[in-house]
Design a protein around this ligand. Structure first.
Ligand SMILES: [Zn+2]
Length: 377
């Protein structure tokens, strides 16, 4: 059953309390999906460029890590006034998000290199900046990327009680104002992720409607070691040089800007007006379209022509390309975007693009406002 329509009624809390936990299925790959793959493969073959192991990624990684290292050292070790610490902490939080966008995200998708150890190492950058790379692998890599925008299966769109971005999540009266109050909540998203969500997910062995094997062996060592190392870097080490209240204040500023940066970039790709929120068939679990069409209908690009945005966001403004080719290093997205767009056009698949960051942000604002109202019209 195809259920891509946008005019279904609002879901009540009781209706959404028993989500479909079964496996969801896509239709077989169609001509559109085959054409997409052929075009992109032909690009790499004719140019002789490798989809991964790009020198520019090494340069970018070194630059970002050095920049974050310098900022961190200045904030922790330099004798600064409170306001200087606050400003630099905000910059540090935004810069740490850059490590996530560029290094960890590519590594986590095995898109950084053909060498597994390089990908594992770059993916582990997430543990260093507070979140578990193990949980991320299940939550983002498998669930989000497979079941984009399908409620209870894509837990990346589950913002909890106070945020409603899917029409299939329950609506509460206070959601009427979510377009106003959500922004500071985005700021505490990283804090919650680091100190609650990861532990909750590992303890319960669940991600939304789906199971997640609890980490064992080296994965468990990395999970615990990562949390301890992050706690030491974020709080322990600075407390050796500054009063704890000042350290806590700076830490909260860093985490606020980290959370805000990560949340806004994610929301612009999926929680916006043009993106679809499909419902699988309640009986068969069929999504109703092939995988590639599902990815394109649920994902929106923004600021594709802005090289600076593409550089800092690790190509996450090219989310359509990322969702179709997650194992291709993000430095190639600007080159393959026209190929994807042309294939979409020929096969009658809408290619969704906001144009600018501002129009994407405005669309997310309107979507929040619309989902906060009782009826979805
Ligand atoms: Zn991804």
């Amino acid at each position: 059953m195809r259920t891509y329509g946008k005019s279904r009624p609002t879901v009540s809390a009781s209706e959404s309390a028993a989500p479909d936990r079964r496996h969801l299925g896509f239709q077989r790959p169609d001509a559109f999906e085959r054409d997409l793959r052929e075009r992109v493969e032909a690009y790499f073959q004719t140019t002789g460029i490798s989809p991964r192991d790009q020198r520019s990624m090494i340069t970018k990684s070194v630059a970002l890590i050095a920049w974050v290292g310098i900022l961190y050292s200045v904030v922790v070790f330099a004798p600064l006034s409170g306001w200087s610490v606050a400003v630099l902490s905000a910059l540090l939080g935004t810069s740490i998000a850059g490590i996530g966008f560029n290094i960890q995200h590519d590594g986590g998708h095995n898109a950084y290199s053909d060498r597994i150890w390089v990908n594992r190492l770059s993916a582990a950058a997430l543990d260093l900046i507070g979140a578990s790379s193990y949980v991320w692998r299940w939550k983002h890599n498998l669930q989000h990327h497979t079941y984009v925008n399908i409620a209870h299966h894509d837990t990346d769109i589950d913002l909890g009680l106070f945020g409603r971005v899917s029409p299939d999540h329950p609506r509460h009266g206070f959601h009427r104002w979510q377009h106003v109050y959500i922004w500071p909540l985005y700021g505490i998203m990283a804090l919650k992720w680091h100190w609650y969500d990861d532990f909750h997910d590992v303890a319960t062995g669940r991600l939304g409607a789906r199971r997640m094997p609890r980490p064992r062996g080296w994965d468990l060592v990395q999970f615990v070691g990562g949390k301890l190392l992050f706690a030491f870097l974020a709080l322990g080490l600075p407390c050796l040089f500054h009063p704890w209240a000042k350290v806590l204040g700076a830490y909260l500023v860093v985490d606020f800007f980290l959370g805000l940066s990560l949340s806004v970039v994610f929301q612009l790709a999926h929680a916006v007006e043009p993106a679809d929120f499909p419902q699988p068939d309640p009986g068969s679990g069929e999504v109703g379209v092939p995988w590639a069409r599902h990815q394109v209908r649920t994902t929106v690009d923004f600021s594709r022509g802005n090289a600076l945005v593409t550089w800092f966001l690790g190509g996450l403004n090219h989310q359509v390309e990322h969702h179709l080719f997650p194992r291709v290093c993000h430095v190639h997205y600007p080159a393959i975007a026209p190929l994807v767009e042309a294939a979409c056009k020929e096969h009658g698949v809408p290619y969704l693009d906001h144009g600018s960051f501002g129009s994407g942000l405005a669309s997310h604002y309107r979507w929040l406002k619309r989902l906060g109202l009782p009826d979805r019209t």
